[in-house]
Design a protein around this ligand. Structure first.
Ligand code: MLT
Length: 242
């Protein structure tokens, strides 16, 4: 008898999340520019954990309660008022972040993370941990939803491209009957003719962040497998899956 493969779907925007059944699924939160890239970098560089929070005030309050913590995040791509640091992965080298708790709030990424309620498992994905995420999903052998954080509910290229990279690598292990997964895969197949960053230079968030002098961040975020960890949500904390 042929075993049934688990389902894999792609949700292109938080506004579409209600259309998908996340119960019992592994949900991958994707915010390539830059929240889930920063999470991978901080955890790979030895952060004790990352606490994603939806709200700036909550971030500040938690930072006051938790010893050895950093409050960080952005609104509209700029460091949010009242927080100590921003959402650049390069702000969190080992010498700074090791053994610290990063309390992080971002415009789209941490928001989507809080919207998913009943999943079996929540992890975060970015090009920085592409292979680690793909290997984890194959091992779990459960239904998967790749959830793009997008930009204020609007489709974006970078998260869809990453979703397509995952679909392309793991599709033989899953049953896929989802047109957004097919579209993401087509996008990836087209983009890999060049480098990811060459393709993404024409994206709206690349243009937004480069206007703030943050082009380097996006070159960093487009580098596959620089931080090969799987950040997994345990309670309120993202930690490294072991
Ligand atoms: C977000 O969550 O919207 C982003 O990570 C924004 C950014 O910092 O570039």
């Amino acid at each position: 008898m042929v075993a049934t493969l688990p389902k894999l779907e792609v949700c292109l925007s938080p506004a579409l999340l209600h259309l998908y059944n996340t119960q019992g699924a592994v949900v991958v939160i994707i915010d390539v520019f830059r929240a889930t890239s920063t999470i991978a970098a901080a955890l790979h560089n030895g952060a004790k954990c990352v606490i994603p929070v939806a709200d700036v005030q909550e971030c500040i309050n938690l930072g006051m309660q938790i010893p050895n913590s950093i409050t960080a995040g952005e609104r509209d791509g700029k460091v949010a008022d009242g927080l100590q640091y921003g959402n650049s992965p390069s702000e969190y080298p080992r010498a700074f972040v090791e053994n610290k708790t990063l309390v992080l709030t971002t415009t789209n990424g941490t928001r989507l993370l809080h919207m998913v309620q009943d999943a079996d498992t929540i992890i975060t994905g970015s090009f920085l941990n592409l292979s680690a995420v793909c290997n984890f999903l194959i091992q779990q052998n459960k239904p998967v939803l790749l959830g793009c954080a997008a930009w204020k509910d609007r489709f974006n290229l970078e998260d869809t491209l990453f979703a397509g990279a995952v679909v392309s690598r793991i599709k033989e292990y899953f049953s896929i009957n989802c047109d957004s997964a097919r579209a993401a895969n087509y996008l990836y197949e087209h983009a890999k003719e060049s480098t990811f960053i060459d393709f993404l230079r024409d994206s709206s968030h690349y243009k937004r962040l480069s206007a703030y002098g943050l082009s380097y961040d996006m070159e960093y975020c487009a580098t596959p497998d620089l931080h090969p960890v799987v950040p997994i949500l345990r309670g309120r904390e993202l930690i490294v899956h072991t």
